[in-house]
Structures are given as C-alpha cells and as structure tokens.
Design a protein around this ligand. Structure first.
Ligand code: GLA
Length: 385
C-alpha cells in the first residue's frame, strides 16, 4: 500500500478516500519576476508531498504529518483566522489550514477532513516544500468535495493561503510549478496572465545533467528582505508610471534607469528587466535544442541576483563559482535566495568531479557540507490513489 495511505489507516483507523501528491520545484531561470507580473521557467522535481485524506461529517480539520513531531492537530473550519500561524512543530499546519480557509473564502463548499501528510521535499532548501503542501492539500480537499479545479486555480488559491493566512508575501511561481508542470518539460509561465507553455527540457538526451546544490543554509521568506525587494519593485514601477516592471521593455531599460533617482531602485529594476529577457532567451535555446547555450545565461542571472538584487549569500556564490570553475556550462542560485539551493548545468560525465569540487570548496571555507542531487523535470500535482 502507498505509505501515506498506510499511515492514514494506522492513525485514523480506516483507509483514506484518496491520496494526492504535489511536487517541489526548482526554477531554471526567472527569479523574483513573479511579483512583477513577469516570466519564469520552473520545473517540478520528483520529490513530492503526499496527502492522504478523507471527508468528515463535521467541520473539523484533523492534521498530521509523518515528518514533524506535532501529533494530530485538530482545527475547526469555522474558526480559521489568518495570521495566527502557530509557533513550534505545529507551524506547518498553517499551510493546510490556510488552504482550507482560502477555499472557503472563495465560496467553495469544502467541509471537514482528516489529513495525513508525508513529504520527501526538503524543507528550507528553496525547493518549495510549502507550495507542495499547499497544492496537494488544495487538490485533496477540492476533489474530496467534488469540486475539482484546474491547476492554475489551485495554484492561485494556494498562493492566497500563503499570502493572507500564513503571511508570506510570495508570488505565484512555486504553486504554479507544483500544480501545472509536466514531466520532461520546463514550464514557461507568464505570471500576469498565468498562460503556460511546456518547453521540452531533457538534459540526459543531450548528455547533460542539472545538479541541485543545497547549501543547507535555511532561508526564510517571511523575513523582511523578501518583502523589501517586493516593495522597492512596486515603488520603482509607480515612479516610472507603469502598472508593473513587466511593462518595462528591455530596449527601454537605459532610458528608464536614467529617470530613477534611487540607486537601489535602479539596481532592482535592472535585475527584473534583464531577468525577464533571460527567461525568453533560455526558452529560445531550449526550444532550439541548444541546452548548453543556456548555461551562460544562468550564470549571468546569478550575477544579477548577487549584485543588483542582493539576494545571494557566500555559500550560493561559492557553489556557483566552484561549479563553473569545474567545467559547468552555467550555474545560479534558484528560488528566493539568502540560502537554499543553486543549480549547475554540467556534462553528465562531469558529475562526480563537479560534486567533489563543490564539496571540497565548502569544506575549505568551513561551510556545512552541501547536499548535491540531480534534478529531472517531473510531473505536476495529481491524485495517486
Ligand atoms: C520564492 C517565492 C516565489 C518567487 C521566488 C523568487 O520562491 O515563493 O514566489 O518570488 O522566491 O523567484
């Protein structure tokens, strides 16, 4: 039997009605563009969060995670209140509770449920474990109550839960990647219209690998730095008379920069506009089957995040520099930054050498040993049982 289903049965004494799974993600390129109505190119990882669930006849939501020692947390759907994220081990329950709240807020007739969660998406690694939990929960509750929703709607509700209930001001990229990705493809995402294009991305067929280097530096998006980036982008767009930085064309960047007086705002704008352009260029290289040619664009994106957007950290910079020096075609931090993971695009045969080089450089710098794994584009959320 599926392990989440078995865990559910052991805990609640009867089998679940179904099991839903949603993946973590890495973002190939297009960082911090999603709250500027821009473009991103994420893909889903094989690591996923499973939610085994069954309806209840009352308004209770019972939550248990196999990965956190929080026991069974019981909440009443009628008293869910945004902003009340519990501290300590039960903190994770804000995500499924927030999803239930967002579904009810949207007028969807979901009721009580028992949930059993297990996940192999690493937490705090910048691989969107929270989006995976939100999307799996949203899919479970809506399907249990006979109101299945398309991926983009699940993602929008999951993001609403994270913004308004949990209090993290994220964009929609992570939830869209988790809900809408398809195996073997990167997801080109227009975060203004939620229009999606599935771009074939098969590293193995080109003799390549994409490594994920988890620096083990935990990032925390609720921390003010993310919100500060977001507000400087919105201020700059307003100063330029634009609805969002997405509306600033690459060709008009020099003129727009000359109109901005705040040097920090100028750097933030330069990152967003050049990053949107890099997403389009990487997409074009993938479509043309020139995966290696995407490498330098990844490294350029990293420099922009490090110097203009100022969201990198010494561990991410070292991972990128070392991978590149060991022969990677390109490398960059992925996700929100301030820790989490980096990506490196390498020849398949170079895997051991690049991994050794990165591990050696971390040891020499006195950093915690990184976790190096391969990323293969996997499918988005689905019912698995
Ligand atoms: C985090 C957020 C996303 C996005 C990235 C940066 O992962 O959750 O919405 O803003 O950071 O690209």
């Amino acid at each position: 039997m599926n392990r989440a289903a078995q865990g559910f049965q052991d805990l609640y004494g009867s089998p679940p009605e179904g099991v839903w799974a949603a993946p973590g993600r890495v973002n190939l390129i297009g960082e911090h563009t999603d709250y500027n109505d821009g473009f991103a190119l994420p893909f889903a990882l094989p690591q996923r969060t499973e939610v085994a669930a069954a309806r209840r006849t009352d308004r209770e939501l019972r939550l248990h995670s196999a990965d956190v020692p929080s026991g069974v947390v019981t909440l009443d759907l009628t008293d869910l209140t945004p902003g009340g994220t519990p501290r300590g081990p039960a903190g994770w329950t804000a995500y499924p509770a927030g999803v239930a709240w967002a579904l009810l807020e949207a007028g969807l007739p979901v009721g009580g449920a028992d949930l059993y969660v297990r996940s192999d998406v690493p937490t705090g690694a910048g691989l969107s474990s929270s989006a995976a939990l939100e999307v799996a929960t949203a899919m479970a509750l809506t399907e249990l109550y006979g109101i299945p929703l398309p991926g983009a709607e699940l993602a929008t509700l999951a993001r609403r839960a994270e913004n308004a209930y949990v209090g993290v001001p994220c964009g929609v990229m992570d939830q869209m990647a988790s809900a809408c990705s398809s195996a073997g493809h990167a997801l080109h995402l227009d975060t203004r219209t939620l229009e999606q294009r599935h771009i074939p991305f098969d590293c193995a067929a080109s003799g390549l690998r994409l490594l994920v280097i988890d620096t083990r530096v935990k990032h925390d998006l609720a921390d003010g730095a993310y919100a500060a980036r977001r507000s400087s982008c919105h201020r700059a767009a307003a100063a330029l008379g634009l609805p969002a930085l997405r509306d600033l064309a690459y060709a008009d960047l020099p003129e727009a920069l000359s109109r901005l007086t705040d040097p920090i705002g100028r750097r933030r704008v330069r990152h967003i506009v050049t990053e949107n352009e890099r997403v389009l260029r990487v997409e074009a290289e993938l479509r043309a089957g020139r995966l290696r040619a995407a490498g330098p664009l990844l490294t350029e994106g990293h420099a922009s995040l490090r110097d203009d957007y100022e969201v990198s950290c010494p561990e991410l910079d070292l991972a990128v520099a070392t991978a590149n020096a060991a022969g990677a075609y390109g490398a960059r931090m992925t996700g929100g930054g301030f820790g989490g993971s980096a990506l490196a695009l390498i020849d398949a045969e170079a895997e051991a050498e690049v991994t050794r080089a990165v591990e050696g450089a971390f040891a020499a710098a006195g950093f915690t040993a990184p976790h190096v794994t391969r990323a293969v584009p996997a499918a988005g959320a689905a019912r698995i049982l």
